[in-house]
Every structure is written in C-alpha cells, then in structure tokens.
Design a protein around this ligand. Sequence first.
Ligand code: ZN
Ligand code: FE
Length: 254
Amino acid sequence: MIEIEIIPALSDNYIYLLHNKVTEHTAVIDPGVSQPVIDKLMEKKWDLNQIINTHHHNDHTGGNLELMKIWNLELVAPFKEQNKIPNVTHYVSHDDQINIADISSKVIETPGHTSGHVCYYLRDYDLLFSGDTLFRMGCGRVFEGTMEQMKNSLKLLKNLPDKTQVYCGHEYTLSNTKFCISLEPNNIEVYKEFEEVSRLRSNSSKTIPFLLGNEKKLNPFLKFDDNSLKKSIGLEDKNETEVFTYIRNSKDSF
Ligand code: ZN
Ligand code: FE
C-alpha cells in the first residue's frame, strides 16, 4: 500500500513524496527545494529515507543537501550525470532495478532534456515518474541531447501500458494544450482536453497525475508516427525524427 503526496514548489515544479504504508519508508522525488518537503513530512509525521533524482537541473535537485543534513538518506541519481549531482550514494543506469520506498522500480534512461535523464517506472503500481521528459500534453525542451534521442526516449515511455499514471516535473499542461490545438485545430478530442484542463486550472487544481493511454492519443510529442497529425501539419512524407523535430521547434517558439 502506498500513498503519494504532490508538493507544488518554485513557480511550476512538482515534488513527490512516495510513502510505503507497510514498511513506513518514504522517498522524495526531485526535491528542487527543501522547505515545503520538510513541512509536508512534519504534517504527515513521516521520516524521510531516500531522495530520487531524475536529472541534474537545480529545480529538481536544489533541496538535496538540506534534506541530507536532517536525515541520513540514500541519494539515487543517474550514473550518466555523476559529475553534476553531489553526494550521490547510489547511481542508476538503464534497466536497473531499484527500490523506491521499498517498492520495486525500473530505471528507464531517457536522454534528450539532459544527456543522462532517467525516469522511474513502478510496474506493480502502474506509476511513472517522468521528470522533465514527458509532460501532460508536452515534453521537455531538448537541451543536452539530440532530437532523435528525445524522440527515442519518448518512444520507450510510449511502450508502457495505457493504464500507467504519470507524475511529471512541471505544471505546464494548460499552455501545452493551447499549443496542441494549434497543431491539430480539427481534432475535437484535443479541444475536449483543453476544456478539461482549463476547468482544472481555473480553480487551481493540479492536472497531475495523468493517464499514459490518453497521452498516446492526444500528446503530439508521442504522435510522431500518427498520419492524421502528420497531415494536419503538412509533413505526411517525413520520418519520425523529422516530425518530432518540427513539433519540438514549433513549441520552442510558440
Ligand atoms: Zn529540467
Ligand atoms: Fe525542470
């Protein structure tokens, strides 16, 4: 049995607490800052055991050291970013099996946003912590990797079951959805998603977690092989990487 707490932080980040009710182990995923994490742990009367990082950016790791001063923690981070995150106790690589709050998880390397970015998949609970690789109706900017790497990373996530609940690093959903409409102005399902997301955001509700199956149908960054989307943007004869690159570049200047 697990419990997940979603902690909004900074301007639009989400930090997650994963608590195992049986063993009472608790992990924090991507603590960009420490104080809201400490406050929530006090409120819940949970001790912290573990920090999990998806990538090295400060809005995901900035709270690591403060938390490690308070608790004796394991810090799990991508092996491929080993020079960029201090005080790591446990490095992970693609396909590694690790326990997060005593729950078995698989590491999926998803380079693109950063060169060593990883996602964590908890198969038994159908959960994915996607960091800045997959957002609801969007994906992370491609800073360190290539467009082809990012497309392949998203393809790996696309292979996970439709019922997977995704917890991502940022609340970007509303602006993402506006961009999606611009790509597919004739797709009624995208409009419905926009209405749903607008309703949630207008009363400050979170749009997280979200269902992967829904993203496979609606998120253009997962639809680089979708004929109707390709037709809508006039790229019917282009390959997956060309389609993905066009969509990512368009979003960067949207
Ligand atoms: Zn980032
Ligand atoms: Fe971020």
